[in-house]
Design a protein around this ligand. Structure first.
Ligand SMILES: Cc1ncc(COP(=O)(O)O)c(C=O)c1O
Length: 421
């Protein structure tokens, strides 16, 4: 352990070296940030500088002047699919499979019910039907609540199991499995390719929650044959508070996607005002009601940081998800190194896996007085968050977090814990 009252010049100069070599360093200037170290982008991403001007234009010109014409002339009506196609390359999906709208919670419900209905097609409604839904027992609570309701509605039994227990729990009773790519509390990255393959081997459907992975690491939905996926856009995609979520339905499953929320905007001809429901083809089938245009267009502007509009969003500025992942791992490695140098031995315990293959883009430290510790850190300009009962979470958004931020956060943590005893 080093002297915690003195910054380690070695670590501080290493941070400066890493920042100088960081190929993503210039992106930080595209966000509105201040002197604080912002390590809460896994909860609410920072504001991209392009958003306020774009939103002002949407409000004053598109709404204020063009009014109802904007549904067509400003492209409001097709925004859910258009923005879905901007997210697609970030999660390894070809265009036409993602629709933006509603919250993650609502999309979890749509996806799980639709997955069970797909399973029903294969197993019928008699004795042989698949009567179980598996859900990640460690999930963010909303997924568990919604899976429970989906199970009740479809006459299934919900069986909570940890992701590690999923392979053994799968069988010919399994209809669908709802899993998280990265655990919201521990930051553990689950093995999406292997678990998806196991779910398929059992003849069931895999639904993935990408809230804590999209925008932080490669997901490769198409490559791994994921059936359905959902995610939020206000964390690593920086879409803003309550920005709309998204739903991915693999292209070949789209004709079989039977939404439990078939609102009028998912109709094949919404303006025909047909009393009989006819689902739209493709991704729009996942829509429900009128899109939330202000939030949606703020998200669209936020996605410009990945490479501007019109090019599919992946390449223009040279920001690839692979380069983001490389920096994310370098930042979290460096943070763990700084924590072990600055923090008194035994005072915190990392619950985030050390292995890169099992680590998302956050570090979670267990500490008895985590609530008080985080309050003090925030007071000193290091913004992470606290998860009940004893977890300090530090999220690393590679688009704007620096290695100097990382060294400072660990140093302030060490000083704070040293003072608290
Ligand atoms: C893994 C996960 N799923 C779902 C949600 C909830 O999403 P929403 O509030 O958009 O419905 C969150 C929110 O943080 C989350 O972390």
């Amino acid at each position: 352990m080093s002297d915690i009252t003195a910054p380690s010049t070695e670590l501080a100069s290493l941070a400066a070296e890493f920042d100088a070599a960081d190929e993503l360093a210039a992106l930080r200037a595209r966000f509105v940030l201040d002197d604080a170290v912002y390590l809460d982008g896994n909860s609410l991403g920072a504001l991209p500088a392009s958003v306020p001007g774009r939103l002002a234009d949407v409000v004053h010109r598109e709404w204020g002047e063009m009014r109802i014409r904007s549904w067509d002339e400003s492209g409001w009506w097709t925004a859910p699919e258009r923005i879905g196609d901007r997210i697609a390359p970030l999660v390894g999906a070809a265009p036409g499979q993602i629709v933006v709208g509603d919250s993650t919670s609502v999309n979890v419900f749509k996806a799980v019910v639709a997955a069970v209905r797909m399973a029903d097609e294969g197993s019928g409604s008699g004795d042989g039907r698949r009567d179980e839904i598996l859900v990640d027992a460690t999930t963010f609570p909303t997924d568990g609540y919604l899976a429970e309701s989906a199970a009740r509605m479809t006459g299934r039994t919900l069986r909570p199991v940890t992701p590690a227990e999923v392979p053994a729990a799968l069988g010919d009773r399994t209809a669908a499995v709802l899993l998280n790519h990265v655990d919201y509390r521990s930051g553990r990255l689950h093995d999406l390719p292997a678990l998806t393959a196991a779910v398929h081997e059992a003849g069931a459907y895999a639904v993935w929650d990408l809230c804590h992975s999209a925008g932080a690491l490669p997901v490769d939905l198409d490559e791994h044959g994921v059936d359905l996926a959902v995610g939020c856009t206000y964390k690593y995609l920086n879409g803003g508070p309550g920005s709309p979520a998204y739903l991915y339905v693999r292209r070949d499953l789209q004709p079989r996607f039977d939404s439990p929320l078939p609102g009028w905007t998912s109709h094949a001809a919404p303006f025909a005002m047909d009393p009989a429901y006819q689902p739209a083809a493709g991704a729009p089938r996942g829509r429900v009601g009128t899109p939330d245009i202000l939030s949606m267009l703020a998200l669209e502007a936020a996605l410009d940081v990945w490479g501007g509009g019109g090019d599919g969003g992946s390449a223009g500025a040279g920001v690839t998800i692979e380069s983001v992942r490389a920096k994310s791992l370098a930042l979290t490695d460096f943070f763990l190194r700084c924590v072990s140098a600055y923090v008194p031995e035994g005072r915190v315990e990392s619950i985030t896996p050390v292995a890169h293959a099992e680590r998302g883009s956050q570090i979670a430290l267990r500490c008895d007085d985590a609530g008080d510790v985080m309050k003090r850190l925030i007071h000193q300009g290091v913004i992470g968050d606290f998860r009940h009962p004893d977890v300090l979470r530090f999220g690393f958004t590679p688009l704007y977090v620096t290695f100097a931020d990382t060294e400072r956060a660990a140093r302030v943590l060490g000083e704070t814990l040293g003072e608290m005893g």
